[in-house]
Design a protein around this ligand. Structure first.
Ligand code: IMP
Length: 427
């Protein structure tokens, strides 16, 4: 059938969870491919409201296999908690599979995430403190522990002792913190292993078989393109690639197999954590958007910074991901605004720039250039067909298509699954 990637086009929290859950109805396989429990995907369906951190949003459909791919870092404590919470609400997790190649988030990663943030002082990144950065550092530094290691007690103990020797030196000598006990961590992780063992497998086999059968595969992105370590607002980024390329790497599916890459964008911009955001609104409108949209982090509860849609950053995101279509979410949030602005360029040192700068110091100096458009002041949540949207809303969406050079495939007008306008049919 098709392989579709669902990728965040902004700084995360674009509503990927809703779109994945909506599309997963027809999917055979849903694969999370990057990040870890730093993600927070909100799903609202007939079973209730769910804030998922690790489990893919396809879990609500009994016929869909959900994979945590090789590119994810897994905190077993959070995963087990999430699975138990789903089970207690009647959602089976028997179709959840964890890649043997995925790396584990360990207790020292959680400690180091906090200690490193504190040491950064005013330059703190504002991480979710879920140990994500330190876990990916270890993966790259070749001192990570993989899910497969958990399945062999001897291998796990040897590896853990070796790595923790170094970690305890860093904890005690660099940060003056207490060392961690190898025995305690060992016992704790073996108990996690007992719970997770039935779900651990070589997910590559499942992916290959699904490709062979031409199944419908959804790649579920986490975070957003502007948090990518290469292309995002470095150093205020996350530690794995949330982009379309990251989807291939983190799932073991080559680029030639991808049929559609859908970029998810909110109808405005938000950001949680530190780092430049040229269209941030530090005024009543920003506050209004935050209140209407309840823009508070799913993982940390932090208020999200809100601002107008940044089409400069958006067009950059479209180019570097090769998006084939856009899903514009939360259009209904703008229903109450009489005027809407869209950022079409930046003013930098008296000159107009349309490219997205590499350096944060440059981005910080960029002043947004806005085009003002009339709002529609009409509720849109009950609308199901594109042509029934108010003219001003259609003009706003057309403007996005024009500035981003990419067609809008889906418009989301509410949190619930049915509050969606499908323009380009899902396979
Ligand atoms: P980390 O991924 O926890 O290391 O955090 C690095 C940066 O990415 C911080 O600015 C976080 O706020 C941001 N971040 C990480 N995950 C998410 C997410 O799921 N949504 C939005 N921002 C995120």
């Amino acid at each position: 059938m098709a392989v579709i990637e669902i990728i965040g086009g902004q700084w995360g929290d674009e509503g990927k969870g809703k779109i994945v859950e909506l599309m997963a109805r027809k999917a055979d396989l849903v694969v999370r491919f990057s990040g870890g429990s730093n993600a927070g995907h909100t799903v609202i369906n007939q079973y209730g409201t769910f804030g998922l951190h690790l489990v893919p949003s396809g879990i609500f459909y009994s016929g869909v296999k959900c994979l945590l791919g090789n590119g994810v870092v897994v905190d077993p404590a959070i995963l087990i908690q999430e699975m138990e919470s789903l089970n207690s609400r009647g959602i089976s997790t028997s179709n959840l599979f964890i890649s043997e190649r995925a790396h584990l988030v360990m207790p020292y990663h959680l400690l180091l995430d906090g200690l490193e943030e504190e040491a950064r002082g005013a330059g703190a990144i504002g991480t979710t403190r879920r140990g994500i950065g330190p876990a990916f550092v270890d993966k790259t530094a070749r001192q990570g522990i993989r899910v497969a290691d958990l399945l062999d007690k001897k291998v796990f103990f040897r590896r853990l002792s070796q790595v923790m020797q170094l970690k305890n030196v860093i904890l005690t000598k660099v940060y003056g913190a207490q060392p961690l006990s190898v025995d305690e961590v060992y016992k704790q992780y073996l108990s996690y292993a007992r719970t997770l063992a039935p779900h651990i497998t070589d997910t590559q086999r499942l992916v290959d078989e699904a490709l062979e059968r031409k199944d419908f595969i959804l790649l579920e992105g986490a975070q957003g393109t502007l948090l990518d370590p290469d292309f995002g607002t470095y150093p205020y980024v996350t530690s794995s690639s949330p982009m379309a390329g990251g989807g291939c790497q983190g799932s073991g599916i080559g680029p030639k197999r991808i049929d559609r890459i859908i970029g998810i964008f909110k109808a405005y911009n938000t950001r949680v954590g530190s780092g430049a955001m040229p269209t941030e609104l530090d005024d009543e409108t920003g506050e209004l958007i935050r209140e209407i949209a309840h823009e508070f982090g799913t993982t940390t509860g932090r208020p999200r910074r809100c601002g107008w849609f940044d089409a400069v950053a958006g067009a950059f995101s479209v180019r570097i991901n090769s998006f084939t279509g856009l899903a514009i979410t939360r259009l209904d949030v703008l229903d109450a605004l009489p005027q809407i602005k869209i950022c079409t360029g930046y003013h930098l040192d008296g000159k107009l720039v349309r490219g997205f700068p590499t350096q944060l110091t440059t981005l910080e100096k960029c002043q947004p250039v806005y085009e003002e458009m009339p709002g529609w002041l009409t509720p849109t949540s009950d609308i199901r067909r594109y042509r029934d949207l108010p003219l001003a809303a259609r003009r706003y969406l057309r403007k996005m298509e024009e500035l981003l050079s990419c067609p809008v495939d889906i418009v989301s007008v509410g949190a619930r699954r049915e509050e969606t306008i499908i323009i380009k049919p899902i396979p």
